[in-house]
Design a protein around this ligand. Sequence first.
Ligand SMILES: *Cc1c(COP(=O)(O)O)cnc(C)c1O
Length: 457
Amino acid sequence: MTTAESTPELLAQWDRQYIWKPFTQMKEYAAGRQIIIDRGDGIYLYDIAGNRYIDGISSWWVNLHGHRHPVLGAALREQLDKVAHCALASLTHEPAIGLARELAAVLPPGLTRIFYSDNGSTAVEVALKMSFQYWRNLGRTDKRTFVSLANAYHGDTLGAVSVGGIEQYHALFKPLLFDTFRVPAPYCYRCPAGKRPETCRLECQQPLTDLLMEHADEICGIIVEPLVMAVAGMLVYPPAYLRRLRELADRYDVHLIADEVAVAFGRTGRMFACEHAGITPDLMCMAKGLTGGYLPLAVTAATDRIYEAFWGDYADGRTFFHGHSYTGNPLAAAIGRRNLEYFREAGIIAGLQPKVEYFQQQLQRFRELEHAGDVRGMGMIGAVEMVADRRCGEPYPADRRIGKLVADRCLETGAYLRPLGDVLYFIPPLCIENDQLDELFAIAFDAVRGVTEGREA
Ligand SMILES: *Cc1c(COP(=O)(O)O)cnc(C)c1O
């Protein structure tokens, strides 16, 4: 069973034999080629045969400063020599304290309390439960559900799925979920109100306004992915929409829960997406980039107003009974703290601005493609929605697997990309250089043209 005796063929065989992959039809995967990654360096991943792949999606949106980053690696090694794990209940430790302080200093003003968990889904579960219990602690037992957006994605655990709206992933589990109110998503390319960006007056928010007028008494909060609905296909919507959500939440006395799991830590060009709208949510979820792609860690940040509703004598029954074995793990927290220090000391956000401009400008090149229905982006996020007919935006039939074919071709030509349906997107490590971005876009451009126009690269 040692890897010393393992050949690439054996590893591939054992991989197929033992591992059940996430979001994967295993029959399809097993029939394909197993790409066994050996190491990473900067924006690149290398397989055991020595092939190099640009990590165009930051290893599922988590990596920020590149693989094998010396600063983050050192933070991990340092902490390893102290303690790998201890519980955060009854005890505390410097990495968790340091990271909480670093976060409080950069979060939208008013978000002061840091609750740790392990991943994006748990950060969302925590936010939902906190919001729910907040109203209970105030005696508002009528408030018992949430408003979520069509096409939303907040994770794969059942609470997170309840506020999700991706048919393909979520519909099947409906009998297991709690009911929520669902309102249309700001999908500007396929505007639910039939408007164009030039004529948009946020008409798509009318159903939400109507809903709140009638049902605010039953609603704990509105959960939303700020500015970019990522899993839905990198749907980018204007900050004015988010500002209006904040106003509506205030007017109707419901929480605004910002799920920044995908967009926090520079992805949109600012530290947090909420900054573009100048708003502070009542609760904010973070995970993916928190440790720069090193270890699982998540945070749900809350305002003092929420925190104080849980404060009291034990007998008052206001305690938040929630936690995970690895809550605030010291190794992960140490890297998270160093990650935020690095943002500050290296001036990452300021340095990002010219790169963002270049990224968004080069992305426009995809408009030349016959089957690029929409090209959209924000910050260091970009997406190309591939369609059968771009005059009317008609999608490809799902069984053509256009996205999958493009992804396969990109892997052959040196880029790791994983389209969402037929939306090819880019969310590379923030550290990507302009010439590396050129290379990534060139590979993707050729792959899309090859697949959608039946041309060879
Ligand atoms: C990825 C994601 C989650 C879930 O995070 P996991 O760490 O995969 O559980 C939640 N919300 C958003 C917006 C995400 O993109």
